[in-house]
Write a protein that binds this ligand. Structure first.
Ligand SMILES: O=C(CO)[C@H](O)[C@H](O)COP(=O)(O)O
Ligand SMILES: [Co+2]
Length: 220
């Protein structure tokens, strides 16, 4: 397991009228992954983008597409997002009837599989998934919108998941998503996170600020 901190800007805070340019700009600004928030207006109270947009963005960067699915039922759409160019697909246990089966399905598509824990979902949910997943995503806000405040008690869950990962001996990334800024990023890193999703804090100030924003979030 590498200890370097990865930054995955959430394009939810990008200019949707210029999404391709925005993806190229965060790539050039030094992001590690591109976080794509997919929302259906049913699992969460917001609607964003689908596989056609993911496919359209794919030629704009070679950085991994980190696709966070907030849709239910989720299983029906896994193949479409894999074919559109997702490198990592993260799913909420509440978004389908059989999370273990969903993880196996993602892996069968040759895509890395992540499980997302909402603020009210306990780390224990992962007890029988830890042997199969590549990433754990801790939501530090309730899913659905960018620009919300970090829920501090999720730091305890990050610590608990870090222990689980270390005990497993597996190469699993620990990602945190929601309200990450220059105050909360260091707290999440100290608690054990190694991938930071940041929408508002990356896109603040427009393209000329992206490189500085990403460097500062990384702690540089
Ligand atoms: O999954 C999400 C919301 O459901 C987003 O990734 C998250 O909110 C990022 O936005 P911000 O950094 O502005 O909080
Ligand atoms: Co997200």
């Amino acid at each position: 397991m590498t200890s370097s901190i990865l930054i995955s800007p959430s394009i939810l805070s990008a200019d949707f009228a210029r999404l391709g340019e925005e993806v190229r700009a965060i790539d050039e600004a030094g992001c590690d992954w591109v976080h794509i928030d997919v929302m259906d207006g049913h699992f969460v109270p917001n609607i964003t983008i689908g596989p056609m947009v993911v496919k359209a963005l794919r030629p704009h960067t070679q950085k991994p597409f980190d696709v966070h699915l907030m849709i239910s039922p989720v299983d029906l759409y896994l193949d479409a997002f894999a074919q559109a160019g997702a490198d990592i697909i993260t799913v909420h246990p509440e978004a389908g009837p059989h999370i273990h089966r969903t993880v196996q399905h993602i892996k069968s598509l040759g895509v890395k599989a992540g499980v997302v824990l909402n603020p009210g979902t306990p780390a224990k949910m992962l007890d029988y998934l830890i042997d199969d997943i590549d990433l754990i995503l801790i939501m530090s806000v309730n899913p659905g919108f960018g620009g919300q405040s970090f829920i501090e008690n999720q730091l305890r869950k990050i610590e608990a998941c870090r222990k689980m990962i270390d005990k497993s001996g597996r190469d699993i990334r620990l990602q945190v998503d929601g309200g990450i800024d220059l105050v909360t990023a260091p707290k999440a890193i100290v608690a054990g996170a190694d991938v930071l999703v940041a929408g508002t804090a990356t896109f603040r100030g427009g393209p000329s600020a992206y490189a500085d924003n990403i460097r500062k979030l990384r702690g540089g």
